[in-house]
Write a protein that binds this ligand. Structure first.
Ligand code: C2E
Ligand code: MG
Ligand code: MG
Ligand code: MG
Length: 278
């Protein structure tokens, strides 16, 4: 009986592993066609600037709805795309979709920006900055409306490879802004804040989610806000899920908030029907 039990466990474990490897293989195999047929979706999550109390930005978040795979979320999709190189195509696709949305949102001079997440792998394309600028031209999107969200591993890499910094600077000269996303979770080397053209930080949601329950977390967030302010950066808190978290963050002096409490990611078509005030 003991042997059976153990054997059963092993079988179900390897069945699980097999299933996940199989899913990865299917994603790998179908992704190129999905991108080429524009079957990926881009969702947009609002960010509210606390000074104006209004949405001043939407963050583009990619998703893939496949009949066989169901919903494929970025945490599953992006690592595979980074591995097989399709991240380049995904990046340009999301950027073009987002740029079109930005143009539509600003028809009445609303000054609503669009943020697009970028993997450092995308910058191994030495023409990326030129590609981005030509998409902005093609869609008629003002470069000032575009923000690129990078993570700390990106910043780390950008310090090692001059071609990345060059491209960042070129984009920066056109008016594109850079946000350091998931702030506080990465390499924690703050040196690159001196060298890279970063104007905003986004405090990671893991901190926001325990800000009310862990006194030390609250102190940590206070320190991050203070750091951001002293560097002249615009400080965003992501992952705000409750009114109490929002109120606390307001008193702590963050510049902007994002999270399910303010608004979940929605399709481009739903944006015009949504109103948010804080
Ligand atoms: P991120 O840029 O830090 O985006 C925030 C993630 O948290 C999103 O997950 C968003 O849906 C989710 N989120 C927003 N508000 C809340 C909240 O209040 N509570 C909780 N628990 N979650 C919240 P998503 O869409 O699954 O994206 C995951 C990550 O995948 C993103 O993290 C980003 O790093 C990456 N990503 C998404 N789209 C793209 C893309 O087009 N290109 C690249 N390179 N990466 C992308
Ligand atoms: Mg982001
Ligand atoms: Mg984040
Ligand atoms: Mg993240």
């Amino acid at each position: 009986e003991v042997i059976d039990h153990g054997g059963g466990k092993i079988t179900s474990l390897s069945a699980k592993l097999h299933k996940s490897l199989n899913r990865k293989a299917i994603i790998d195999r179908k992704l190129l066609t999905a991108i080429d047929h524009k079957n990926l979706q881009v969702y947009y999550q609002p960010q509210v600037d606390l000074t104006s109390g209004k949405v001043h930005l939407y963050e583009a978040l990619v998703r893939w709805e496949d009949e066989e795979l169901g919903q494929v979320m970025p945490d599953e999709l992006i690592p595979i795309a980074e591995e097989n190189g399709l991240i380049h195509k995904i990046g340009l696709f999301v950027l073009e979709e987002a740029a079109k949305v930005a143009v539509r949102l600003n028809e009445n001079d609303n000054l609503i920006s669009i943020a697009v997440n970028s993997s450092v792998r995308e910058f191994s394309n030495r023409n990326l900055s030129a590609d981005i600028i030509s998409i902005l031209r093609k869609t008629g999107c003002d470069a000032k409306l575009l923000e690129l969200e990078i993570q700390e591993n990106f910043a780390f890499q950008a310090e090692q490879e001059s071609s990345i910094l060059q491209q960042m600077n070129e984009l920066g000269e056109h008016g594109v802004e850079f946000t350091l996303d998931d702030f506080g979770t990465g390499f924690a080397s703050l040196r690159y804040m001196q060298t890279l053209p970063i104007t905003k930080i986004k405090i990671d949601k893991v901190f926001i989610q325990s800000i009310l329950t862990h006194p030390k977390t609250q102190q940590l967030v206070a320190g991050m806000i203070q750091f951001g302010k002293s560097m002249g950066l615009y400080v965003v808190a992501e992952g705000v899920e409750t009114e109490d978290q929002l109120n606390l963050l307001k008193t702590m002096g963050v510049d902007a908030v994002q999270g399910y409490y303010i608004g979940v990611p929605i399709t481009a078509d739903s944006i015009s029907h949504s109103t948010y005030t804080i």
